[in-house]
Design a protein around this ligand. Structure first.
Ligand SMILES: [Zn+2]
Length: 295
């Protein structure tokens, strides 16, 4: 068994500033434009190393930069749904949340004729309905939740929770979850957003963290996925791209490592872990694994 590595790039461009940060300050919004400068640099790096990438792209970005989205597609990388304009799904009612999924799909289709099979929510935010909606739209996987580190699991619907009653686990459904983590995301490490995020870390610190996470997974989680989230407008700065290049060389130097898109990894994981079989595997996320519902 090998460790797989998914290099994922959330090409948010201006959408993160408009949708998540509600910015209308042209200078703040312009930070997103750097993403369009950085993506070609990243594509060149991936091509040099013959590595597949996964690009999570909001509809707003796809309409702003269709030629870049086409290049991502043409160079063989995966494109996933990443919302419409980096909105929080929980800020909308069900019709609004579905409309945002539709707008994202339509934009990716218009820009590059792509119909993604994966989804990553903007800022990893969910509503209580999100998993059900993703199932309705036929998505194969999501990569927004944090219930594990390197081991995928099947997502659940209808969990119920508050601070007064025991946690209620709902049933697992046929949607694979590829977990994420803030420590594995370049944005909080590096970005500076007034009163919100004080990143600006030295790249060597992040390199140390990600290398040790990788080596832990490599030694202990056979068949797992090292899923790292980067943003072109963040990782595309010179010193950080130099870090990424060093990390790629480090990862490639370890025995038995394969690089995969999220979608290709999910196809393989599903084949090895069909839902019925997985429910009996004793995985902690399996609703019926321990008969502990409500305990
Ligand atoms: Zn994003």
């Amino acid at each position: 068994m090998t460790l797989s590595c998914a290099l994922t790039f959330d090409f948010d461009a201006m959408s993160v500033w408009l949708g998540s940060y509600k910015a209308r300050n042209p200078s703040m919004v312009s930070r997103g434009e750097f993403g369009a400068i950085a993506v070609p640099r990243i594509l060149d790096l991936l091509k040099k190393h013959e590595l597949p990438g996964t690009f999570c792209i909001p509809g707003h970005t796809a309409l702003a930069y269709p030629d870049i989205v086409k290049r991502i597609r043409d160079e063989g990388h995966e494109i996933t749904h990443h919302g419409w304009v980096h909105e929080n799904p929980a800020d909308f009612d069900e019709a609004g949340e579905r409309a945002n999924i539709d707008k994202g799909l339509e934009a990716l289709h218009k820009a590059a004729g792509v119909r993604p099979k994966g989804y990553r929510s903007p800022s990893w935010d969910f509503s209580e309905r999100t998993i059900k909606i993703l199932l309705d739209y036929g998505f194969s996987y999501d990569s927004s939740l944090m219930g594990s580190d390197f081991i995928p699991y099947y997502a659940r619907i209808d969990d119920r929770f508050d601070d007064k009653t025991p946690y209620h686990f709902g049933p697992n459904v046929d949607l694979v979850e590829l977990p994420v983590a803030w420590v594995m995301d370049d944005f909080p490490h590096f970005e500076f957003v007034d009163k919100d995020t004080y990143g600006l870390s030295a790249s060597t610190k992040v390199e140390e963290i990600w290398t040790d996470e990788f080596d832990y997974a490599h030694r202990n989680i056979p068949g797992g996925l090292f899923n790292v989230t980067m943003h072109p407008q963040v990782i595309g700065r010179g010193h950080r791209l130099m870090m990424l290049k060093r990390l790629i060389n480090t990862f490639k130097s370890r025995d038995g490592v394969t690089f995969s898109t999220m979608g290709a990894y999910v196809d393989q994981w599903r084949a090895n872990n069909p839902l019925d079989k997985w429910l009996k595997s004793g995985a902690p996320q399996a609703q019926n694994a321990c008969g502990r519902d409500g305990l």
